[in-house]
Design a protein around this ligand. Structure first.
Ligand code: HEM
Length: 334
């Protein structure tokens, strides 16, 4: 709870900074018990929700520091597939094949048990009130905060889908071997722009990736141009040459792997981006490279843009009012 209060202070400072800058105020009230933004509010219906979620994320990250990254990624893989509706959390049923076995997710997505634990406690405190989609959006923010990144007020009121789509997950979630043009197209497809793509890629400031996802960097088959950091590529080759090469993991940010900061962009400029889709932001065109340079120079600009793009991503295709439902268990429809 002490840390949650610290987080509250952080959010309040953020709001003061916004008020001081005279920016149009989309933050109506405080994040700490009086939330009222976006599509709805928990203030009157379940004020305990955010502290409960935060303390579960805090516990999970203390036990497994990588969990912050895994929870952040869950929200992204949810929002890119028919909107932020917790479809990613559904297990297969007789009526549909869920998204968990789609290529970008299989043996890759983590953190489902953390969401289960949060949902279970929320159901006992405020039955059928907090959607699984809102839980995903909130844990993503809390994970960033706990990793040293910026805080923002999460919009509330998403409802949960009644279905999931493996095909849409395969189609919509970008591949690590994408060109800039394909990355931009995948983001535009869901309503996000090139600058959102570059800012949100900064999520790769934390977390890990398996060798197969960056093998194009190792084999010199990276279609996005030659790698300019041969020592880095050699170290990856060594990591991925063992018998467990399919499961071996590399840090997405080799310098500050568990801290959410702008080091990811600094790495890109020295040819030390892990995924081809990271490194291509520098080698694949002027537009993305200029944004990378700005973020590498100024962490404050990166944090501000990241928050804005996370809010945009978190509002994609949301179900509200009588659409969807509030699931009792995030893995199944009611
Ligand atoms: C720009 C297009 C993107 C591509 C091609 C991409 C691809 C990937 C890949 C291949 C991995 C490694 C998966 C594995 O080895 O199992 C990964 C990890 C990760 N991605 Fe992305 N990603 C993209 C954008 C994003 C966005 C927008 C976010 C969040 C806002 C995000 C958050 C993460 C995080 C935090 C991890 C580490 C997860 C962990 O350690 O469990 N990514 N991404």
């Amino acid at each position: 709870m002490a840390t949650y209060l610290g987080f509250c202070v952080l959010v309040t400072m953020l709001k003061l900074a916004i008020a001081f800058a005279n920016t149009p105020d989309t933050f109506n009230e405080s994040a700490c018990g009086e939330i009222s933004v976006g599509f709805g509010t928990y203030q009157d219906i379940c004020p305990e929700a955010e502290p409960i979620i935060f303390s579960w994320v805090e516990k999970a990250v203390a036990e497994d520091p990588r969990m912050a990254a895994s929870l952040l990624r869950l929200h992204f893989h949810d929002c890119f597939v028919n909107g932020c509706d917790a479809s990613v959390l559904l297990d297969d049923t007789q009526n549909f094949v869920g998204e968990k076995t789609a290529a970008p997710n299989l043996n890759s997505l983590r953190g489902f048990e953390v969401i289960d634990a949060i949902k279970s406690e929320l159901e006992s405190v405020c039955p059928q009130t907090i959607s699984c989609a809102d839980i995903l959006a909130t844990v993503a923010r809390d994970s960033v905060v706990l990793s040293g990144g910026p805080a923002w007020e999460v919009q509330k009121g998403r409802r949960d889908s009644l279905s999931a789509s493996k095909a849409a997950a395969n189609n919509n979630i970008p591949s690590p071997n994408s060109t800039v043009a394909t990355l931009v197209a995948k983001f535009e497809n869901v309503g996000l722009a090139l600058n959102d793509m570059v800012a949100l890629s900064g999520a790769h400031s934390i977390g890990k990736a398996r060798c197969p996802t960056f093998s194009a960097r190792l084999q010199g088959t990276n279609q996005n141009g030659p790698d300019n950091n041969l020592d880095f590529v050699a170290s990856l080759q060594q990591l991925c040459s063992g018998s467990d090469s399919n499961s071996a993991l590399a840090h997405l940010d080799l310098v500050t792997p568990a801290t959410f900061d702008n080091q990811y962009y600094i790495n890109l400029l020295s040819g030390q981006g892990l995924l081809p889709s990271d490194q291509v932001l520098v080698g694949g065109g002027e537009q993305t490279r200029e944004i990378v340079e700005t973020y590498a120079e100024d962490p404050f600009v990166f944090f501000e843009d990241f928050k804005i793009s996370m809010l945009k991503m978190g509002s994609l295709g949301v179900l509200t009012r009588s659409n969807g439902e509030i699931r009792k268990n995030c893995r199944t429809t009611n």
